[in-house]
Ligand binder design. Structure first.
Ligand code: ATP
Ligand code: MG
Length: 173
């Protein structure tokens, strides 16, 4: 399944992030993995911030550009925000010990996942943001890549229908 949304303003990006938070199928057996891709400034951190805020993160969410990883212990589980933009090479991946976070009750949000393509498993959801040429704002496309991702996206789709978010359509495949 895949869906697309038009996001005229940053607040809409936050709102879509919040929907993803509310629909997230946390698991007691495995981690949930969400990729955030798109050009510099596409809105990846904005979406992550909306998602983390909706999960109850009280502090302002910033891109962990220097530390590369920020963890947020929450009542529902552990949220992990990863930004691989500054990753210089595969040798820098090792000390990050990303694999340690592939655990139950954990949600990983990964910006610039293509920089660690060799070690990252298939995500539940792949979120892609891009500037919209015809309209102000952004276009967001989300693809499900697992059974959990399918359920997650279906719920987001269902909930976005009752909100002000502009959905461009979903396709099941
Ligand atoms: N839907 C939107 N419409 C207009 N502006 C937006 C939208 N979503 C986010 N923005 C704005 O785009 C700017 C860049 O956002 P953000 O930092 O989230 O991008 P990013 O993809 O994380 O960038 P980077 O690749 O540098 O990490 C911010 O000023 C944010 O408010
Ligand atoms: Mg960012």
């Amino acid at each position: 399944m895949r869906g697309a949304w038009q996001l005229p303003a940053a607040t809409d990006t936050m709102q879509l992030g919040a929907l993803l938070a509310h629909a997230c199928p946390w698991s007691a057996r495995e981690p949930r993995l969400l990729f955030l891709s798109g050009e510099l400034g596409a809105g990846k951190t904005t979406l992550a911030a909306g998602l983390l805020e909706a999960l109850g993160v009280a502090e302002a969410v910033r891109s962990p550009s220097y530390t590369l990883i920020e963890t947020y212990p929450l009542s529902v589980g552990l949220a992990v925000h990863v930004d691989l933009y500054r990753l210089q090479g595969p040798e820098e991946l090792e000390p990050l010990a990303l694999r340690d976070y592939f655990a139950a009750h954990t949600l990983l949000l990964v910006e610039w996942p293509e920089r660690a393509a060799a070690i990252l498993p298939r995500p539940d959801l792949a979120v892609h943001l891009q500037a919209s040429t015809a309209e102000p704002g952004r276009i967001c496309r989300i693809e499900a890549h697992s059974a959990a991702g399918e359920a997650w996206l279906a719920l987001v789709e269902q909930q976005s229908a009752s909100q002000t978010l502009i959905e461009l359509g979903t396709v099941s495949h």
